[in-house]
Design a protein around this ligand. Structure first.
Ligand code: ADP
Ligand code: MG
Length: 304
């Protein structure tokens, strides 16, 4: 028996490791003229390494790491998992944590050994100058943390600051490698859509720029909160682009939802992303993305 062409194409996509959830999605994939990629877990392999621990106040490096790892204990973010793994590797025992809360696109909060701890993007330092008891000391710690954060950012690191009871105690630097197939995929997407893919990220501009250069991406929007990523997609849609967004569902759920087609990474993707995305790269292989776009275009030509 011969399958209808759309169904046959969906089956072919499936053999390539791409789950296309409906024939309508296949149609939409054929229209895509711009691809927006999330950074962590999409262009990168999603297992960053902690490479710098810089104390900026009264704790030593192990103390900073113990505090950060305790706060990140329940985090599903790649940065959080990297911090926890680094503490385990170095034999650093995390502190006792409770009251964990994830702050989407910003970091985490928890109580650690009786202190209110925040681990997250350096923009939190803007809010910490303040007044009241110890404000002068705190200003010194904030200045030290800002200097350390800037230096690590210039080295292309993903940077997070560790804050305890309103005062920064240290800065962490992480490195996330590009996926091996990232550079070739970027080229293939540019050839297919006539435009290079765009990088949307919550990470800092220097780290995002270093990764973009390494994989051949020309356009980067950095420092975006989850809603900013969705707004960027909506803006491009308003300009007439048909945007496919590829992400892991961690801090990019709103952007996936705003896309013409939302595509989730299979292995690193959160359960919610796998459920709500229009398509899933089941094998977590970015190289299948241009293949399925090309397949969708061919399928439409056959049908029409
Ligand atoms: P991306 O766009 O690269 O996938 P996210 O939007 O998930 O990045 O996160 C943006 C930034 O927020 C990170 O680079 C980091 O500075 C901070 N961040 C997010 N989650 C955490 C966390 N669990 N711990 C520390 N920092 C975090
Ligand atoms: Mg992400």
């Amino acid at each position: 028996a011969t399958m209808p062409p759309m169904l046959a194409s969906m089956a072919t996509a499936g053999r390539h490791g791409v789950l296309v959830k409906s024939a309508v999605v296949l149609e939409r994939l054929a229209d895509v003229d711009l691809v927006a990629l999330d950074k962590t877990g999409t262009l990168t392999d999603g297992s960053p390494q902690l490479v710098d621990v810089e104390p900026t106040a009264d704790l030593d490096a192990d103390g900073v790491l113990a505090t950060a790892a305790a706060a990140e204990g329940s985090s599903e973010h790649p940065v959080g998992r990297a911090v926890v793994a680094a503490a385990a590797d170095r034999g650093v025992e995390p502190g006792a944590a409770s009251h964990f809360r994830a702050l989407p696109g910003a970091g985490v909060e928890a109580r650690v050994d009786g202190r209110a701890v925040h681990v997250g993007a350096p923009r939190v330092l803007e809010d910490l100058t303040g007044t009241g008891d110890g404000a002068a000391d705190r200003r010194g710690d904030v200045a030290a943390a800002r200097t350390a954060a800037r230096r690590l950012e210039e080295q292309g690191r993903t940077v997070v600051v560790v804050v305890a009871d309103g005062a920064p105690v240290g800065v962490l630097g992480l490195l996330d490698r590009p996926r091996p197939e990232a550079a070739a995929t970027v080229d293939d997407l540019a050839a297919l859509t006539g435009r290079g893919p765009l990088l949307l990220t919550g990470d800092n501009a220097a780290a995002a720029g270093a990764l973009a250069r390494a994989v051949g991406v020309d356009t980067v929007r950095a420092g975006l909160l989850p809603q900013d990523k969705a707004d960027a997609v909506a803006g491009l849609t308003a300009e007439g682009r048909r945007v496919a967004v590829v992400g892991d569902g961690i801090n990019d759920g709103p952007a996936l939802a705003a896309a013409h087609v939302g595509i989730a990474m299979g292995r690193t993707g959160s359960d919610l992303a796998l459920e709500t995305a229009d398509a899933v790269l089941v094998r977590d292989d970015l190289a299948q993305l241009p293949r399925v776009l090309a397949l969708a275009r061919r399928a439409r030509r056959v049908v029409r």
